[in-house]
Design a protein around this ligand. Structure first.
Ligand code: CA
Length: 668
């Protein structure tokens, strides 16, 4: 994530041990957990209720327009000390109007704010809008549902940015850079291959994970012709969609309806939608909506009152305080209810406390047990929150229904993210074997894995494979293609393509939930730019002509996903099953580095195959292994894959695995 610095950090350092004395003052503030905060409209009119326990006065400004003109009415609000809220009502339903709040803090009127609960906003999000949400539902919305998920290890995640998917002329998509892009069927690359939603369906992923799609700060929605690009990790209004992804940011209902249309189209295609949420910080400090409604409360501080900054973006929020905790819980519930969101990816999740994350998961489960919650189990800087309370990767066992990204497998397979030239297991660098094994067993305790030899983590931090998301690359840092081009410079592209296949073979055959970055299946690069958060479309957009050029790679990804989906052995659900059914073959990695071989045995997790043998050769030379004698079907070999296992048969014995490739065999 992160707009202001390169993040993706992993290991927590020795950090502050206590919450700050400054923040202790907020614990006693009254809280309010009603679902009518800020705005509600009913038969008796339009009602405003702002939580701001320490304000001296508060008022609502009513407007005809979303960003210009003077208020047509200013209404003073009345305080209720028990709940810390200010309220006001008008007898009319003010649909089509806009509003802001303003508070008097210590004798000074602060700037206007749409509040923290604006569910619809005017252009650029500076005024909240009053709309009738029933009018935003696409046809058939009441019956709309995402895919049912039995176990989170069944999910296959595809991380994408709206512009990346559709901006390139080769996408053949009309609504470029918009939510509506993914509602268009029948779109083709110049070579006649499927793009957009049809491409996703063809590839076989179960869920798209969309980069921040709530209203963020950086793109000027009044000048969309400038084609400004941003990842969106600079939150402005957490409960309204981003305007630049709509066809008309000035019409508040349009972005709501169009986002729902996208979600419905994906659901109709059998694909779930995960939202990337960034509750960990706000784009602005003093001028954030949090500060303008309840100064001091929502952010953490050091003892001297300075903002603490575990996000690396200037501030961090205070999930450990009741009203902020409720905010995160209720905001995710709102997206699940109103938008039918199927999952949440928490940016810098360790800025939040484990208790908040557990409440999020528990409340979402009540709405829809298929909702998948996962996040980055690290921070980007020090925090006043005690390390044992942070939703860190190392604390994931305290969070039963939440998963974390495995930076272990990521860095071990392709080389460390901070050093572009560094190689990993899949590109011939020795010393990563044990860390790759940590990934293969989803960081659960395993008798044949020595966690002390792990590069990043030194203990089995997950209690269940459902707690782990495996990946080799994401929007942060170099794409897999760029990483291979840098670290394998001088080698032919053919080798890089083989290494790409091997790297993803490791991800997709490992226990846990696999995650891939959009476009890697067509060897997408970002011209070597590692932090492309505001790079132009010319860097970020996927060139869909590459689907024809790298069709062999695309077919391999598709085959990997199909293999995983058709074989539950790759999707075990308990640590005990993994310890029992996953058996590593003895290989001395000192003598034979970059080689891992293991079996999934005894119809693991109810698999029709009695045994699946996975042999991974990340060396730059061929390796010979001795495979147990038997009637083996060849599932993957030499850069080809057949989920049905019909690449031929073998009786085992001495088998040669070419450089940078995987051999997968199966026995009935
Ligand atoms: Ca915006």
């Amino acid at each position: 994530m992160a707009a202001t610095l390169l993040t993706c950090s992993c290991a927590p350092m020795l950090w502050a041990q206590t919450n700050s004395t400054y923040d202790a003052q907020f614990i006693s503030w009254p809280t309010y957990n009603g679902n009518d905060l800020e705005l509600s409209v009913d038969a008796s009119g339009t009602h405003f209720r702002l939580w701001s326990p320490k304000a001296k006065e508060a008022r609502v400004n009513l407007y005809d327009n979303g960003h210009t003109g003077k208020p047509f009415q200013v209404i003073p609000m009345k305080f209720d000390a028990a709940t810390g809220t200010w309220s006001a009502s008008v007898p009319e339903k003010l649909y089509g109007k806009f509003y802001t709040f303003q508070i008097n803090s210590d004798g000074k009127w602060l700037a206007e704010t749409p509040g923290v609960w604006a569910k619809a906003v005017g252009v650029n999000g500076s005024r909240a809008a009053i709309i009738d949400f029933a009018s935003t539902d696409p046809e058939g919305w009441a019956a709309d549902k995402g895919p049912e998920v039995k176990n989170f290890t069944d999910v296959v995640l595809y991380e994408m940015h709206h512009r990346d998917m559709s901006m390139h002329p080769s996408s053949g998509i009309a609504n470029k850079g918009k939510f509506l892009a993914l509602t268009e069927h029948g779109t083709l690359s110049p070579e006649g291959l499927a793009t957009g939603i049809d491409h996703l369906k063809e590839l076989g992923v179960t869920h798209v994970h969309i980069l921040p799609s709530y209203d963020y700060n950086s793109v000027d929605e009044m000048n969309l012709q400038n084609n400004t690009y941003n990842w969106g990790y600079d939150p402005l209004n957490y409960n309204a969609p981003e305007g630049s992804y709509s066809t008309n940011p000035s019409a508040p209902a349009t972005r709501v309806r169009e986002m729902k249309e996208m979600i419905k189209a994906l659901h109709d295609a059998g694909i779930g939608v995960v939202m990337d949420v960034v509750y960990n910080h706000t784009a602005e400090n003093d001028n954030s909506n949090f500060e303008l409604t309840a100064p001091g409360y929502y952010h953490r501080h050091w003892d001297d009152g300075r903002y603490s900054d575990a996000s690396g973006c200037g501030n961090e929020t205070a999930s450990d305080l009741a009203q902020m905790r409720d905010y995160i819980v209720n905001s995710t519930k709102y997206w699940a209810d109103e938008y039918h969101i199927d999952g949440f990816r928490f940016d810098l999740m360790a800025i939040h406390d484990t208790e908040t994350m557990n409440q999020v998961a528990a409340e979402l489960k009540k709405i829809n047990p298929s909702i998948f919650v996962y996040g980055e189990g690290w921070t980007a800087g020090d925090s006043p929150l005690q390390p044992e309370r942070r939703a860190l990767k190392e604390n994931v066992s305290k969070m039963e229904n939440i998963a974390v990204f495995s930076d272990d497998i990521r860095d071990a397979v392709k080389g460390h993210y901070t050093n572009a030239d560094d190689r990993g297991f899949a590109t011939g660098k020795p010393g990563n074997e044990e860390t790759v094994k940590i990934g293969i067993v989803a960081a659960t305790p395993h008798p044949q894995v020595d966690f002390k030899k792990g590069n990043n983590s030194k203990f089995a931090y997950a209690m269940s494979p459902e707690m782990i998301v495996n990946y080799v690359s994401c929007h942060d840092d170099l794409t897999l293609t760029d990483k291979l081009r840098r670290s394998m410079a001088g080698e032919p592209e053919e080798n890089m393509l083989e290494a790409a296949k091997l790297a993803q073979t490791i991800v997709f055959t490992s226990q846990g939930t696999p995650f891939m970055f959009a476009g890697e299946e067509v060897f997408r690069d970002k011209k070597g730019v590692h932090n492309s958060y505001k790079s132009p479309d010319s860097i970020n957009a996927i060139d869909w002509s590459q689907k024809a050029k790298y069709h062999d790679l695309f077919d391999y990804y598709k085959g990997l996903i199909e293999l995983r989906k058709s074989h539950p052995a790759f999707r075990m659900t308990t640590a005990a099953d993994i310890a029992k059914h996953l058996k590593f073959d003895k290989i001395d990695s000192k003598k034979t580095p970059n080689l891992i071989s293991y079996s999934l045995t005894n119809h693991a997790n109810g698999d029709e195959w009695d045994e699946i043998k996975v042999i991974l050769n990340g060396a730059s030379e061929a390796r010979t292994v001795d495979v147990k004698k038997g009637d083996w079907m060849i599932v993957a070999a030499d850069g080809k894959i057949s989920p049905a296992g019909d690449l031929g048969t073998t009786k085992g014995g001495k088998m040669t695995i070419p450089a940078y490739s995987a051999l997968i065999l199966a026995r009935k």
